[in-house]
Design a protein around this ligand. Structure first.
Ligand SMILES: [Mg+2]
Length: 122
């Protein structure tokens, strides 16, 4: 069981992710619709940071890559898993280079995603 912050500009995707994570026994500590919202939330939560952040790559205003860089700069130990369309290989590689622990593909496959969460959170 872990605490999770979900960051995605799609309300549907946030709901779907939350449903799977809750079913697996995790606790959703917060939701954010863009990178800036996520950073504000983290500031409020700190020092009780989530065990994991799920971070969408394509978002308006501040995308997932920029958000990841800022999170990792401010909270170096923070675990982040990217959520991205399978076609965005370059972005995924970039995110892994900047410290994302793994990635989850869209379209969303609950079983595959649960495997990934299990690997990260135990
Ligand atoms: Mg998006």
């Amino acid at each position: 069981m872990g605490t999770i912050l979900i960051v995605d500009d799609s309300r549907t995707m946030r709901k779907v992710l939350a449903a799977s994570l809750k079913e697996a026994g995790h606790y959703i500590i917060g939701n954010a619709g863009n990178g800036q919202e996520a950073l504000d939330l983290l500031k409020n939560l700190s020092p009780d940071l989530p065990d994991l952040i799920t971070l969408d790559i394509t978002m308006p205003e501040m995308d997932g890559i920029e958000t990841l860089k800022r999170i990792r700069a401010e909270y170096p130990g923070q675990k982040v898993v990217m959520v991205s369309a399978a076609g965005q290989k370059d972005k995924i590689m970039e995110a892994l280079k900047f410290g994302a622990v793994d990635f989850i593909k869209k379209p969303y496959d609950p079983d595959e995603a649960m495997e990934t969460f299990k690997k990260i959170l135990g």
